[in-house]
Structure formats: C-alpha cells, structure tokens
Design a protein around this ligand. Structure first.
Ligand code: HEC
Length: 245
C-alpha cells in the first residue's frame, strides 16, 4: 500500500515536471553557455550594461568584482561597463526607479541577480530569442504578453509566428508551430544566438560568482587528494613490509 502511494507520488511528480517543462510552443532550447569562458563573460557583461541595465539591476554585484573575475583592469571596467558617474564600489544598479518602471511597463522590471537560478539559463536563452511581432505589438512564446519589449530586436530582426489550426476533440485551436525571421537584424541567426548565450553566461556568473573561485580551488583540492593517496599508499607498503614477511 505504502509502495503504491509512493509510486503514485513519484509518477505525479515526474508528470507535473514534464507538463511544466513543455512550453506552449516547443520546449526550451539548450543555452550551451559556459560560465568559465572569460571572453564570453566579458561580451555578456558589455551586452548586459548596454541593453538591459536601462531597466534591470543586479543589486548584489559590485563593479569592483568584475575586475578580478572577468580579467579586466579597473580602467576597462570604468570605461566599458560602469557608465556615468559610477565608481567601482557601486552596485550594478539601474538608473530607472522602481515606481517609474511600474508606471511605464505596468510591471517593474525585476532585479536579475538571481534569475539564472530562479528561471534557469535555458529559460532565459529561449525567452530572449522567442519574441515575435503581431498586429498588437511584441509577444513571446516563453512568457506570454510580456511587459518587457523586445530590446534586442535590432540585433535579431523581426520574427513572425507561423501558426497551424487544428481540430482537437471537436475544438478548433490555433497553435504556433514555429517562429520565422521576417526582417533581418544586424546579426545573423548564429551570431544572435551567440550574443544571447554570452548574456546568459554573464547572468549565470552573477547568480553565483563563487563558482569561478570554486573551480580554481577545486583543481588544487583534487591534486592534493591524489598526492595524499599516493603518499598513504607508500606508507602502507612501508608498514606492511615487515608484517607480511
Ligand atoms: C525597457 C525596459 C527593459 C529592458 C531594456 C530589459 N527588460 Fe527585461 N524585463 C522588463 C520588464 C518590464 C519585465 C517584466 C516582464 C513580465 O513579467 O511581464 C522584464 C522581465 C525580464 C525577465 C524575466 C524575469 C522573470 O524571472 O520573470 C528576464 C530574464 C529579463 N527581463 C531579461 C532581460 C535582459 C537579459 C535584458 C537585456 C538584453 C532585458 N531584460 C532588458 C523590462 C526590460
């Protein structure tokens, strides 16, 4: 009885996971971002401050930290990433006031410090690439009727939704089956995917900056353990040499 309940619970959990993972149109695409790729993080940071920080903050990240983690000099951070009268000790805060954001977009742009963890890199990657233009303006297949406009449209171009009308159980439904580029942007499709991948990598790093340090320390820990195992093996041989005789 208990087993049956457990099994049912497990099946339900798995089932609900699948339902949640399946978007309205297709599944999430894999971001393929690499948080250990410094060049990608640098490009992502530049794109982020230029295209996103007008509205969004990363309130837990100081500019100072970007110097070491992204391998940039203080001058480079001040010139390319911290605009206006920002200095290195400042947090990456948007100039937009919360109330203004709410009044202008109907919803205040959320802080993005932890979004790579709350939403997942794949979600952000697919979301930023899934805007399409309708007669009423921008819509998005991942976040329906988003309060956020398609801020990267000049890079991506304009996508339109290709729909299919089907009858399901006597009900006529129109569903989006794909998005197609109607007008080209400044970047090719592959270049645009790469740019979004860089933004996602930067957001992943900001959501967990310690990941870079952990990786560096991790290698030394593994080396130490390997050496230690070797030494203990030698000791073991030494101790047992006489006993075994
Ligand atoms: C013009 C203002 C504006 C700009 C610029 C902007 N956003 Fe947004 N963003 C918003 C608003 C408003 C929302 C809330 C959308 C909603 O919930 O409907 C949002 C929501 C989001 C979300 C969803 C967060 C969540 O967990 O629900 C992500 C991710 C995001 N933005 C990423 C970005 C990125 C990356 C950029 C830069 C490429 C960017 N945004 C630029 C206004 C903006």
């Amino acid at each position: 009885m208990i087993y049956r309940n457990l099994l049912c619970g497990l099946a339900l959990l798995l089932g609900s996971g699948l339902v949640m993972a399946a978007g309205k149109y297709g599944n999430l695409d894999q971001a393929g971002s690499n948080v250990f790729d410094r060049a990608s993080l640098q490009r992502g940071a530049a794109l982020f401050v230029n295209y996103c920080m007008g509205c969004h903050s990363m309130q837990f990240m100081r500019y100072q930290r970007l110097t070491d983690d992204l391998g940039l000099s203080e001058e480079e951070v001040l010139e390319f990433l911290a605009f206006g009268d920002q200095d290195l000790s400042n947090y990456m805060k948007s100039a937009m006031r919360y109330e203004d954001g709410e009044a202008w977009f109907g919803k205040a742009p959320p802080d993005l410090s932890l979004t790579a963890r709350s939403r997942s890199p794949d979600w952000i990657y697919t979301f930023l690439r899934s805007y399409y233009l309708t007669e009423d303006g921008w819509n998005n297949t991942v976040l329906e009727n988003p309060a956020m406009p398609h801020v990267l449209w000049d890079l991506q171009g304009v996508q339109r939704a290709i729909t299919e009308t089907r009858e399901v159980n006597g009900e006529v439904r129109t569903e989006i089956i794909s998005l197609e580029l109607d007008r080209a942007g400044a970047l090719s499709a592959a270049e645009f995917d790469g740019a979004v991948r860089d933004i996602v990598a930067f957001m992943e790093y900001v959501a967990e900056p310690a990941i870079l340090v952990r990786q560096r320390i991790g290698i030394w820990v593994m080396l130490f353990l390997a050496l230690f195992t070797f030494l203990s093996y030698l000791l073991y041989q030494e101790f047992w040499k006489d006993v075994k005789k």
